[in-house]
Structures are given as C-alpha cells and as structure tokens.
Ligand binder design. Sequence first.
Ligand SMILES: Nc1ncnc2c1ncn2[C@@H]1O[C@H](COP(=O)(O)OP(=O)(O)OP(=O)(O)O)[C@@H](O)[C@H]1O
Length: 300
Amino acid sequence: MTLLINGIKKKFDNHLAVDGVTLKVEKGEMFGMLGANGAGKTTSFRMILGLLDPTEGQVTWNGERITYKRTHLVGYLPEERGLFPKLTVKEQLIYLMRLKGMKKPEIIKEMRHWLERFQVPEYENKKLEELSKGNQQKIQFLAAVLHKPELLILDEPFSGLDPVNSDMLKKAVLDLQKTGTTIVFSSHQMRNVEELCEDLIMLKRGKPVLQGNLRDIKRSYGMKSISIRADYELDFIHSISGVIEIEKHRDGATVKVENERVAEDIFQKITEKGFVRKFEIEEPSLHDIFIDKVGGDADE
Ligand SMILES: Nc1ncnc2c1ncn2[C@@H]1O[C@H](COP(=O)(O)OP(=O)(O)OP(=O)(O)O)[C@@H](O)[C@H]1O
C-alpha cells in the first residue's frame, strides 16, 4: 500500500497554491509536510483526500484515486476542525463513524477504548461545546482514527494542545504507525516533526524546497551550528566570512555558519587567541533548516 503523489498542482484563479509536489509514502511510514502559513499544505491534503481536484497531476492510494467510495480507508483531522457543538461525543462519533461503514456496538467499543486511553472516559455523554479546545481536539482525533484507517492525514494535530496532551497524542500516533497505519501530518512545531517523522517535504509558496530523509537532510546540510566555550571575548567571530549568526552565552557562544570550512576557519582563529574549553560542530536543528529554507517563524 503506497501513497503516490505525482506532480500535483493547484491553481486558484491565477494563484498557484501548490506547484509540483511529487512524493511517495509507503505503508507504515510517518511523513511530515512542512511550510510557512499559506505554503500549500492543506491544499495538498485536500487533493490527497480527493476533496479537491488537482489542476495537474494525480494522487493514488494503493494504485487508485481516493474517491467517495474509498473514504473508509482514510482518516482526516482537518485544520479547521469540524464537529457538531450541540451533539454529545457519543452521538457525533456514532454519526460520523457510521458514514465510514462501522456498526454502532463497534463504534461504542472503540470510542470507550480511546476515551480511556486519553484519560477522559467521562466525556462520552458531554456535548462538544462543553469541552475545552484541547479536549475537543482529542475528540476530533477520535473521529479520524476510530474506524482504523489505512491512511491517516493529520493537519496541525498538535496545535492548541498543552505539553501533556501533546505527548499523549504523539504516543497514540506512534502506536498507530506501529500497527501499519500510514501517516502524513503537518506541523509548525519542528520539535514534534523531529521526534516523529523519518521523511519530510518542505514547501515554500507551493513549491518543494527540501525533500527526503530527515537524518540525511541534517547530515548533508551545509549549515552547521558550533558550540564554543572559551574564556575570552568571542565578538571578533562576527567578522569572519560565512558566519550567519552568533548567540553569546556567559562562557561562550553558539555560532551558525554556512558550512564546515567556515567552522574550521573559526577554530583556527580562536585557538590562536587562547585556550578553548569546548568546540563542537553540531548538525542544524530542523528549526534552523526551516528558517534557512523557508524564512519566517516556526512556532517554537
Ligand atoms: N479555496 C481557495 N480559494 C482560493 N485560494 C485558496 C483556497 N484555498 C487555499 N487558497 C490559497 O492557497 C494558498 C495555500 O493555502 P493552504 O491553506 O494550502 O496553506 P497552508 O500551508 O495549509 O497554510 P497554514 O499553515 O496557514 O494552514 C494560500 O495562499 C491560500 O490563500
């Protein structure tokens, strides 16, 4: 079972919201879709789900398009959320999961299992509007996974969750992956992406600017971060060519540089000045790569 996206583009009037996305996600993979606001992530998800027709290109799941008849194979947590405020948790999950072809006793069994897991069994008969935003989101997640979809699309699943709930959701997502669910998700929280996904695509104004295995991307990325501890003034590093940024600490600095050669240059210059307690070249964080590639803010 493979999700294949082949050169999809989406034009709204004259605006190309998605401009040539090609990717392959195999069964049981966790795939991250990143990009600044308006980069085209949600539009791509809608095309994957068959809710929006691509202007160009195709999407297939297991060799076929995802049409209305195959929606039971897919789970979707939309960014704009979409539950019924006046219905109880039980009422709406029964309604939504019957649309996915589940029978009522099975829905109730699965719902209780998940409510227990999320430590909110008492919510079964509460109206959605009575729940906090974060707890409503847990119910929205249940609406995406109760029918055990093969492909799960999560648009900003962690936004608005406190650290405890965010961790709980992360564990749930990882467990679903272990059972073979294919997961594609978007997030502005780079730490969550680093913790969860092996492969990713980064979009900028609809175009892919980076794509591949996260570890390979970090290893081969030119930009490096250097951690330095020394007993003397490090301000002079500013003037070395290829230095992107220097952040000073009490007894040293963290320096972002364009490539390893710049790091060697800095090493030589600081050892000429005096004793160096620490000099460590580190791979850039995904946050740094995001800022470098996409610009703007990542929510961290
Ligand atoms: N139905 C639509 N009609 C016209 N323009 C649209 C429509 N849907 C999206 N767009 C535009 O397409 C671009 C991509 O939007 P999209 O919602 O896919 O971005 P995103 O990456 O999900 O952003 P965010 O992180 O803010 O959710 C934006 O410029 C948006 O204004």
